[in-house]
Design a protein around this ligand. Structure first.
Ligand SMILES: C[S@@+](CC[C@H](N)C(=O)[O-])C[C@H]1O[C@@H](n2cnc3c(N)ncnc32)[C@H](O)[C@@H]1O
Length: 287
């Protein structure tokens, strides 16, 4: 393990900085990259997303190639068996849809799952489409010895389901932060009770991934173009205890009251579909 990169946020351009890093050193990562939103005419919420040190406006093909290159570098520096949670969304430009799968399938990663992030609020409330209240989170996997399937999640984590419902973060001066619960869920599900891992966020912004990593007992490694956001992130990391309430709310959700085997032995509902069954219980009521 290369300890030099522990608990650092490096200022610079993500792709250039990633290229300087050694192979196979991070356990996992999570990020929300800039979305190439063109910064205009995208509704009142998105209009506010203007970064301090970076113009989020290039041609779509240039943007996608950059993301492929970034994701392949992240693949290279991730340990075999490691993974990466990549938050993105479906976007439209003059009626043409760009789907994250358009470029994810061109990277080296194995796509382990597409998770819906239900934000419960729409950025654009015109009627060209049904109001888009969701984003996507791609769980990307780097196989270990060609094992494409990977390690099984514990039930306490898997029962969070493939739809994650978190309201967007509101008490953060950064223009596009994600909520603390999001990286907390991803890191806790994968690392479980292991400690001292190295968790990457190549677009660190206000440091949300680093705060989650620290509160879970891990080291972080961030890249960020803006000096101002790095200061913001460092301040949050130094005061991470003040965010413990939101963190604990997420941790509380990862508790199994009864295991699948206990429910099966007691002949209780296990989630298996039977044709004469009444409407299903909520998954969270099962365990
Ligand atoms: C969506 S925000 C990430 C927010 C972060 N998840 C949080 O919760 O605060 C994307 C960040 O990437 C940074 N950024 C954009 N392009 C970059 C680049 N090429 N290299 C480094 N940082 C970049 C922006 O300054 C911004 O802070």
């Amino acid at each position: 393990m290369n300890r030099d990169f522990n608990n650092q946020i490096i200022q610079g351009n993500t792709l250039d900085v990633l290229k300087t890093m050694p192979d196979n050193m991070v356990d996992m990562g999570a990020t929300s990259p800039p979305y190439n939103k063109k910064e205009k005419n995208k509704g009142w919420l998105v209009d506010k997303v203007i970064y301090e040190n970076f113009i989020d406006k290039v041609s779509e093909s240039e943007y996608q190639q950059n993301q492929i290159d970034v994701l392949n570098e992240i693949y290279r520096i991730t340990k075999d068996g490691g993974c990466f949670f990549y938050n993105h969304k479906l976007r439209w430009d003059r009626g043409d849809m760009s789907h994250p799968m358009d470029w994810l399938r061109k990277t080296k990663w194995h796509i382990r799952q597409e998770i819906i992030w239900d934000r419960m609020i729409a950025a654009n409330i015109r009627g060209w489409r049904f109001w888009q209240v969701e984003e996507r989170i791609y769980w990307l996997h780097k196989p270990d010895n060609k094992n494409k399937i990977g390690v099984e999640l514990k039930s306490a984590h898997a029962l969070q389901t493939s739809i994650w419902r978190f309201a967007p973060e509101r008490n953060n001066p950064h223009p596009a932060p994600y909520p603390l619960e999001l990286p907390t869920r991803a890191i806790y599900a994968i690392m479980d009770n292991k400690k001292d891992g190295l968790i990457l966020d190549p677009y660190m912004g206000s440091g949300t991934t680093a705060v989650a990593a620290k509160l879970l007992g891990h080291n972080y490694l961030g890249i960020e173009a803006s000096e101002e956001y790095i200061k913001m992130a460092q301040d949050r990391i130094d005061n991470s205890d003040s965010e413990i309430k939101n963190f604990n709310q997420e941790m509380e959700k990862h508790k199994v009251r009864k295991t699948f085997k206990q429910r099966k032995d007691e002949k209780k509902f296990t989630g298996r579909f039977k044709s004469n069954q009444k409407p299903q219980l909520k998954i969270s009521e099962l365990f």
